[in-house]
Design a binder for this molecule. Structure first.
Ligand SMILES: *[C@@H]1O[C@H](CO)[C@@H](O)[C@H](O)[C@H]1NC(C)=O
Ligand SMILES: *[C@@H]1O[C@H](CO)[C@@H](O)[C@H](O)[C@H]1NC(C)=O
Ligand SMILES: *[C@@H]1O[C@H](CO)[C@@H](O)[C@H](O)[C@H]1NC(C)=O
Ligand SMILES: *[C@@H]1O[C@H](CO)[C@@H](O)[C@H](O)[C@H]1NC(C)=O
Ligand SMILES: *[C@@H]1O[C@H](CO)[C@@H](O)[C@H](O)[C@H]1NC(C)=O
Length: 340
């Protein structure tokens, strides 16, 4: 069958933002040049999926999930040593970059107890001179989870001051509950979850605390006849990172106004583009339509996405809603907080 024939899809992610000059020589030696990492050698990982609903005797019921944040090591590329990261998962063993994709159904509640299992020492530099969640005991790394795009009660929204440390030992001033309630009453679409702790969001995200959250609605979506099922409906979470030769994530530890803020820089740009946790991965596809849910999880970088062989995209949805009608396009630029 022609439709079963496999072709290699080269998914190019080009960089539209200005490239940054690397000036400091000793760090330049330490940072791995992106040209040293061969493209398309690692297969695109299939993200773990977690159902946000229960099916009991044919009836849909709410689901209670426990998702933790763990320090572990992650292999970003065949030729990079394992990288210390912070990762979401239902266990340390299964924790991944990005974390598991939560698949919720419209109208069925999902409850998540987010557990912080992080140690006290961060893997990246952070700046205590900007408004920052700092535990009085100096123990633990504050985290709190925000589901970007979700319409939910404030107590479950992951306010930056509702942070908590490991075992809920210390909590921020607006903390009110352990188990977050997601009502999933909005349109079907793509959301994503990430850390949101005051002053630490950028470093906690750079360390790996991100994941996709999908809301489906069969009544609305079945008539659209879009590619579906785990093989053909795939989130692609794209971000940029720089790595040192030892595999660790490189982040400049000198602020651009260091006499006032020793470490703080307003933006982060990395040289290596990572999709679903692998640097420049490869995906072997069938000759048919796929649905990609492309999420820009970068700190500051724009992505211009196109096919190197002239194929076109049919753009059907942006962020958490469908477009009025599909748009055929050669390329897509992901703008601030944008999902295509
Ligand atoms: C499912 O239905 C069967 C038969 O009605 C019943 O015995 C069983 O307890 C039900 N299971 C649950 C989990 O409610
Ligand atoms: C992901 O799943 C597809 C089937 O849906 C399979 O062909 C592919 O090998 C899997 N990729 C990895 C990296 O396991
Ligand atoms: C780190 O940031 C400082 C201050 O902005 C800058 O002078 C230096 O060149 C940066 N280092 C690298 C390797 O980009
Ligand atoms: C899209 O690419 C095709 C060739 O692959 C070209 O003919 C067409 O002009 C392009 N469209 C736009 C809007 O750039
Ligand atoms: C990419 O997404 C992140 C997270 O939503 C956002 O903060 C950032 O502004 C986006 N970057 C660009 C350049 O669009």
């Amino acid at each position: 069958m022609a439709s079963q024939q496999r072709i290699l899809l080269l998914f190019w992610v080009l960089i539209a933002s200005s490239s940054r000059a690397i000036t400091s020589t000793w760090t330049q030696d330490e940072i791995i040049a992106p040209s040293k990492l061969e493209m398309f050698v690692d297969e695109l990982p299939n993200l773990t999926r977690v159902q946000g609903f229960n099916l009991v005797n044919g009836t849909l019921k709410p689901k209670f999930l426990n998702i933790g944040m763990f320090k572990k090591k992650w292999k970003f590329h065949r030729d990079l040593p394992p990288t210390p990261v912070f990762a979401f998962g239902t266990s340390k063993f299964t924790a991944s970059i990005p974390g598991p994709t939560i698949e919720a159904l419209h109208g069925i509640d999902t409850y998540v107890t987010w557990h912080n299992h992080l140690p006290s020492k961060h893997i990246l530099p952070w700046d205590p001179t900007i408004p920052t969640a700092i535990p009085s005991t100096k123990k633990g790394i504050p985290t709190v989870v925000h589901v970007h795009g979700a319409i939910d009660e404030p107590a479950s929204d992951g306010n930056a001051n509702s942070w908590f440390t490991a075992r809920f030992e210390e909590k921020g001033p607006t903390w009110s509950k352990r188990t977050y309630h997601y009502r999933n009453m909005q349109h079907p679409g793509n959301l994503w979850y990430h850390d949101h702790a005051m002053g630490l969001t950028r470093v906690n995200l750079l360390a790996g605390l991100i994941g996709a959250y999908i809301i489906r609605d069969h009544e609305v979506e079945a008539p659209l006849r879009l590619p579906s099922g785990h093989e053909f409906d795939i989130p692609l979470i794209v971000f940029d990172r720089s790595f040192r030769k030892d595999g660790t994530i490189y982040m400049n530890s000198t602020g651009n106004n260091p006499s006032i803020h020793p470490q703080w820089q307003p933006e982060y740009f990395g040289d290596v583009i990572v999709v679903n946790g692998k640097a420049w991965p490869r995906m072997t596809v069938r000759r048919r339509k796929y649905r990609f849910r492309i999420i820009n999880a970068s700190n500051a970088r724009f992505f211009r996405l196109f096919f190197s062989n002239g194929l076109q995209f049919i753009h059907v949805a942006s962020d958490s809603v469908y477009l009025g009608e599909p748009i055929v396009t050669n390329e897509t630029l992901l703008g601030p907080s944008e999902i295509a």
